[in-house]
Design a protein around this ligand. Sequence first.
Ligand code: SF4
Length: 446
Amino acid sequence: MYFCNIIMNKRVAFYTLGCKLNYSETSSIGRIFKDAGYDTVAFNSAADVYVINTCSVTDHADKKCRKVVKEALKHSPDAYITIVGCYAQLKPQEIADIPGVDMVLGAAEKFNIIEHINDLTKRGKAVVHNAPIDETNQFVSAYSIGDRTRTFLKVQDGCDYSCTFCTIPLARGASRSGKIEDIVRQAEEIAASGVKEIVLTGVNIGDFGIRDGKRQDRFLDLVKALDEIDGIDRIRISSIEPNLLANEIIEFVAQSKRFVPHFHMPLQSGSNKTLAKMRRRYKRELYAERVAKIKSLMPDCCIGVDVIVGFPGETREDFLDTYQFLNEMDISYLHVFTYSERENTIAAQMEGAVPGAQRSDRSKMLHILSEKKRRAFYEKQLGKVGEVLFESDVKDGYMHGFSKNYVKVRALYDPLLVNEIVHVRFTSISSQGDVDVEELPELLTH
Ligand code: SF4
């Protein structure tokens, strides 16, 4: 008599809310499960374990979390549901009370997930492992995998700043980083896997270099070390505080072999009064200096800006100050955030709450300004040559890619172009607002 003796591996599925750092950490948690013998499956299929990596910055974090839990249970009503991430650190009890949740892991515990998951038995009451955030001082490295085109490499975690609107220091703890040699080794692993672009991520990456509570390195040291790695074509700095984007970094990037001409620099407000209330560590004059320095060395550099509208006490004049400032700056696009009160922040206690309708009007105005800036930036690129890294998505027969300076390009889908760097001339702006290109022989772009 024969028995069918196939032993199925346990299946795990992931869902990530929030930022690039969360995506890199979900990938790393995925590798931990893989090493423990689990198979990863898509979130919308049956799994034994679902891991939901949450964010505290998104609006209605609790509602979103509930929705994702419900969705998971729809696919597998008996699955074990674990919640990790910033929201799990900030509001563990609120999350533990969501029906169907089995375990909540705080910032210090999320990478020990396998040790915490025992027999996958649902007990009807969530277990919470959540140490106080000031005990979370270990740096755990992470990088995303999946899409072979681009990888998010975590180089730093936590933040020692105290911007009055922000809950991130409460959710992620003090600033801390990996060792340069470890990060270089990971970047080499990524390069060996065929990925062409690395995006450096962290909470406050310009503050890179703190280990064991002491400054041991500077961000520029990391940038210089990564620039020497063969096999990786492009490295992008995701977002860096203007006060930390020192001229030396800008100068290094301008002549770098691998760092691309693209900076994302949060401004948050163009009014010095509001910047002070936000406890940002610069005035708008410094921001303008940084933009001028970047543009003087790299005229085609892309500069993205984060900005918050509707911060408490922001008058119409303050907002117009911001609008005017941004309008005059040689920047390429905006990420606009509408201020919303966050528990346990100083800003939430401030007087002068801006009515919701005004917040959304200001947001609309800045979204329109962003589109104008993006278009002007793209128009300046027309006729120039560049290198585009094509991605694998297909929409209406077109594929997309990004140039080094973050121009979004479209081309008719050709599977041979996926994850390839193609030399192009930017020809026109398409009806979708991205840029059409003409392919060039490699030599013409050098
Ligand atoms: S720099 Fe400010 S906004 Fe950014 S994570 Fe730190 S506290 Fe939050």
